[in-house]
Design a protein around this ligand. Structure first.
Ligand SMILES: *[C@@H]1O[C@H](CO)[C@@H](O)[C@H](O)[C@H]1NC(C)=O
Ligand SMILES: *[C@@H]1O[C@H](CO)[C@@H](O)[C@H](O)[C@H]1NC(C)=O
Ligand SMILES: *[C@@H]1O[C@H](CO)[C@@H](O)[C@H](O)[C@H]1NC(C)=O
Ligand SMILES: *[C@@H]1O[C@H](CO)[C@@H](O)[C@H](O)[C@H]1NC(C)=O
Length: 349
């Protein structure tokens, strides 16, 4: 070994003996920073751990000196996120959050009928304060309702000064001679506007025509409008088929078109029939004929079974069909039993 090399080796040993080993790069600690940060440190060099902004430790910062052993002492420092003040309640709304810790966000939403006055979301800052002032949920209001043409407000009371709150309603009615299309009631909606307005339109009905064998009365006016009325009647022995009063409807048509129907003359001279559940003598009960629509049941005989059954007959506009099974007896045939006096057949026959 030549002397320069020996000198070098000796000085190396000497250095290690005096200075000890170097310390390695210190361990990473969550949310902490190390100053100064190097890949190795000479014994005696100092480092400082401190928490990153937004994080705090109980004991504050920690200082360490690189020992001769070259092994950093145990570090028990813990950096915890700052916690912002509780913000979990929002009247008439809701707060969405995971935690109130730095650097989390919280967000806000209002119930239907309320709107957010303020921020939609906020973040917990490094200082442990919310980045935005917390919002409030303010009630939605609708302006005074617009009144459709040819309409007027019939029920309305503003509840918020001149305005209305969510779900308040207003009711319209049309001016005379006008009919409403749409809902008469509008509602203040969650967006602060009113639901769809109804429409009022002028509606005319044609003059009603006089029915044959009858008459019709209506107001003496230039024209007939929505809700106007007409009344019908019939001449003697005729019957009104339909209501006596009709009304002009919103589609410009009368509610009905009554007509006069003729009564029926009876060809049968003598018969006992059922009328409204009772046995009556046809020729007495319907001396003046049967009115349109009236119905009787004739008795017929079942010769094999020696029993009687009934068949219906109705007067329809002057015509009545007598059941074929009905046999009229001559008034001289006193020995014959009338069908109405024969025992009824079993109902299942
Ligand atoms: C919104 O809130 C602010 C402050 O909280 C208030 O001054 C303002 O009047 C509110 N605006 C509405 C439209 O309610
Ligand atoms: C309501 O409206 C009237 C007339 O437009 C106005 O004079 C009044 O100040 C309003 N009231 C409120 C509370 O806004
Ligand atoms: C009219 O609107 C009211 C309130 O919005 C509702 O309750 C009602 O059912 C509606 N009527 C019709 C006929 O649509
Ligand atoms: C009310 O406003 C909302 C939102 O702007 C809109 O979608 C809706 O169609 C409006 N309704 C009416 C009846 O104007």
């Amino acid at each position: 070994m030549n002397s320069p090399a020996l000198i070098f080796f000796a000085s190396f040993l000497c250095h290690v003996a005096i200075a000890g080993r170097t310390c390695p790069k210190p361990d990473d600690l969550p949310f902490a920073i190390v100053v100064p940060l190097k890949s190795f440190y000479d014994p005696g060099e100092q480092i400082t751990y401190s928490c990153r902004p937004g994080y705090v430790s109980r004991g504050g910062m920690r200082r360490f000196t690189c020992p001769l052993s070259g092994i950093w002492p145990m570090n028990t420092l813990k950096c915890l996120p700052r916690v912002c003040p509780f913000a979990g309640l929002l009247e008439n709304g809701a707060v969405r959050y995971t935690t109130f810790e730095y650097p989390n966000m919280i967000s806000f939403a209002c119930n239907p009928g309320f709107y957010l006055n303020g921020t939609r979301s906020a973040q917990c800052t490094e200082e442990g304060r919310w980045s935005q002032e917390l919002p409030v949920c303010a009630p939605v209001t609708c302006p005074p309702p617009p009144v459709p043409k040819f309409a007027k407000l019939s029920v309305f009371k503003p509840s918020a000064g001149n305005n209305s709150f969510y779900r308040d309603t207003a009711v319209f009615e049309c001016l005379p001679q006008h009919a409403m299309f749409g809902n008469d009631t509008i509602t203040c909606m969650a967006h602060g506007n009113w639901s769809e307005l109804p429409e009022c339109r002028e509606v005319k009905c044609p003059f009603p025509s006089r029915p044959d064998n009858g008459f019709v009365n209506y107001p003496a006016k230039q024209a007939l409008y929505y809700k106007d009325k007409a009344t019908y009647g019939c001449h003697d022995t005729f019957v009104l088929d339909g209501p006596t009063e009709v009304e002009c409807g919103k589609l410009g048509k009368w509610s009905a078109q009554p007509s006069c129907k003729a009564s029926c003359k009876l060809s049968v001279k003598k018969a006992t029939v059922l009328f409204q559940g009772e046995k009556v003598k046809l020729q007495e009960r319907f001396k003046n004929g049967m009115l349109h629509g009236e119905k009787v049941s004739f008795f017929c005989k079942n010769k094999e079974k020696k029993c009687s059954y009934t068949e219906d007959a109705q007067c329809i506009d002057g015509t009545i069909e007598i059941p074929k099974c009905f046999k009229e007896h001559s008034s001289f045939a006193f020995w014959k039993t009338d069908a109405s006096d024969v025992k009824p057949c079993e109902s299942d026959s």
